[in-house]
Design a protein around this ligand. Sequence first.
Ligand code: PMP
Length: 393
Amino acid sequence: MFDHLQAQKPDGILMLMQMYRDDPRDSKVDLGVGVYKDASGNTPIMRAIKTAEEQLWHAETTKTYVGLAGAPDFNDAMVKLVLADAVPRAAVNSVATPGGTGAVRQAFELAKMASPGGRVFVSNPTWPNHVSILDYLGMEKVMYRYFDDETRGVDFDGMIADLKQARKGDLILLHGCCHNPTGANLTDPQWDEVIKVLHDTGATPMIDIAYQGFGDGLDADASGTRKVAAAVPECLIAASCSKNFGIYRERTGILMLVAGGTDKTIAQGTLNFLNRQNYSFPPDHGARLVTMILNDDALRADWQAELEEMRTGMLGLREQLARELEQRSGSNRFGFLAQHRGMFSRLGAAPDAVVKMRDDSGIYMVGDSRMNIAGLNAQTIPVLADAIVKAGV
Ligand code: PMP
């Protein structure tokens, strides 16, 4: 039976990681893979996670199954972190999932069950896994304009014009903050405009929020998500704890469903059913650590302080890069790098310029010119700035 299998399209980022590893140059700079790195290039375990793990080792008395929806206190703590009081807790159905990817996958499956002919509107560009999961599930997708190649900001007029084509039964996928791969985000008034379109079209929003705390702060980064959730009767929210708790491999995430007038037993029951079909019980270790941190004043304060150091560190790198490019190019055309938020920026370089930077200067960025800003430090920024100008970007 297996001789019918076909080769899968190779993952561009994983291929890039391999090329980076094989490059013997000491001066090489990895801006590819999407994990946070400190100034020494390490992805540290956050202090609060280490402390919580130690406490958990002493306190945990069983590894028996959790409920299908995950631990209730994890769900409560995460709903509060993401939504605050935008929606009454009782109106939010939720399941813990293996990472944000698990939440995205379950959300798409739920939309497919609920609205079989529905289309999914995704930003152009978006996180490639959105597209590949939708294709895998055989769901129809519509790409809406998002990134303006000229300004390297959001093409908001194009976005709104495209979203107006949606109708009831369609899903509109939005990034809550720190858009991956571009770094370009909606302003507060633009979120209001999007809400108007949601009201006019009757389409259902789905928000993927994977970088809360990496952009403008924990609350500011969730403000669009909260606005939408408060304004519409139905929405889906997929949240990841991988980045903001630094627990990538623990696979910790949550899917939230606000289901308007739908019977709560049916809404929550369907989420539980989807978990049961795909993996039964969601992973608990990361979820437990997150719960301990969010519910303990001291752990939470330490976590927030470290997250804030990471966030402001990335902002500092953005500002330095924009400044050094301004000096070298004699123009402020790279000012957008300081405006972007989150871990990524799309530089807007042509594919041959991306290759040239790699070949000539050992700069590894994704083929669409997405750069992981956290892959930089004060010493490598001048190297990157030189390479960008030399490649004629
Ligand atoms: N959504 C977006 C937009 C992402 O960038 C990511 C991580 N790359 C995820 C979801 C999921 O992350 P994870 O499954 O590692 O939690």
